[in-house]
Design a protein around this ligand. Structure first.
Ligand SMILES: [Fe+2]
Ligand SMILES: [Fe+2]
Length: 378
């Protein structure tokens, strides 16, 4: 679920992988410098009214997309029954372990990184809630923006619960190192550049939900090809949630473009200029100082999340928001419109050049603590 490594290939986990050439969106600067960053894109105070005026629209158009709890799936439905009622628990665990046996180590690196990214939910929720004009001031506000945020977090919470339990039962990964990574990550936080500005945040969330939809869809496909149809169903089910979340955020940005095209276009331009960095970008296991980048190499190499995917998401959003035909822009808005609409073409040229360079490089082995320091090729 990361977009930092631009891939040379989108093919599945086969022997034809080529080493990806990264175009890094995460600087190698020490983490402390992230914490010294100043807020660079505050929302102008007069824009608060835009979100206030959209509250009844959000109640009618966004809140119906929350699925009632009794219609939602729960992790327990996909896991071996531990209650003792069926007496099948041990057999079901053995079957689960047999199913995962043919999945390669690199698949587990990708799945662990995806799961860890879901684990940063507390940071994600609190960072969204810090945004101006939409924040939940009391913790249980009936405001539609706040209601959506809490329900979204409650839905997301199931993703990591299910994936983490499944990984634990598989016996294929080092849970201790994974747990340390999660604790480090939640302690480190995230800094993806929306700076309390809800325009930027909703643009980011649109991209990121689509990226998770793509990524979980690809881990589903690879699980199926690798002989685990249940894991495929799990990843596919999570991907379907992400798709519904994507619809919500895309719809909010669409509405903002309608009522405030110039400010929204500026926000899209600002987020795309920063490049969209995934929420888990500060993950650290206490061993590998470039863990997120290395995880990105793997997801890129096995086709879970690639540079091509990044470009396709850009194409999708540009089309969905009809940015090429957007009207009502002033000079700076038009400049950002031109910049964003030209991004996929420019990005694909960069990808091509990266592919050519990568073809000339020898494969390199990387060790991951999550799989007991075994090495995978990138
Ligand atoms: Fe998720
Ligand atoms: Fe999501």
């Amino acid at each position: 679920m990361n977009i930092l490594a631009f891939s040379t290939t989108t093919t599945a986990a086969t022997a034809t992988f080529q080493r990806p050439q990264p175009i890094s969106a995460v600087s190698k600067q020490p983490l402390s410098s992230f914490h010294q960053r100043k807020i660079t894109h505050p929302m102008p105070p007069e824009k608060h009214q835009v979100f206030k005026s959209l509250e009844s629209w959000a109640s009618k158009s966004i809140l119906p997309l929350i699925k009632p709890v009794n219609r939602c799936w729960q992790p327990n439905e996909f896991l071996p029954d531990s209650t003792g009622l069926t007496n099948n628990f041990m057999d079901e665990v053995r079957t689960l372990r047999d199913r995962t046996i043919r999945l390669p180590d690199e698949y587990f690196v990708a799945l662990v990184g995806d799961m860890i990214t879901e684990e940063i939910l507390p940071t994600y929720q609190s960072t969204v809630n810090a945004c101006d004009a939409i924040r939940d001031e009391i913790g249980a506000s009936p405001n539609p923006w706040a209601t959506w945020l809490r329900s979204w977090a409650a839905e997301e919470n199931r993703h990591s619960d299910l994936l983490k339990t499944y990984l634990y039962l598989s016996g294929r990964v080092d849970m201790l190192m994974i747990e340390k990574t999660i604790q480090n990550l939640i302690g480190a936080g995230m800094d993806v550049g929306w700076n309390n500005n809800p325009y930027l945040m909703y643009v980011y969330a649109s991209f990121q939900e689509r990226a998770t939809f793509v990524s979980h869809g690809n881990t589903a496909r690879l699980a199926k090809e690798g002989g685990d149809p249940i894991l495929a169903r799990i990843c596919g089910t999570i991907a379907a949630d992400e798709k519904r979340h994507e619809n919500v955020y895309v719809r909010i940005v669409e509405k903002l473009l309608e009522v405030d095209p110039n400010e929204t276009m500026l926000a899209i331009g600002k987020m795309m200029r920063k490049k969209i960095t995934m929420p888990g970008h500060l993950m650290h296991d206490g061993q590998d100082p470039h863990l997120f980048q290395h995880f990105s190499f793997v997801t890129s190499r096995i086709g879970v999340y690639t540079g091509d995917d990044y470009m396709e998401i850009l194409d999708f959003l540009i089309g969905q928001w009809r940015l090429e035909k957007l009207e009502g822009l002033t000079g700076d808005g038009r400049r950002e419109q031109e910049y964003v609409c030209g991004l996929p073409t420019r990005g694909r040229k960069l990808l091509e050049q990266a592919n050519e360079r990568a073809m000339k490089m020898d494969p390199k082995g990387l060790k991951f603590s999550w799989i007991f320091n075994r090495e995978v090729n990138v």
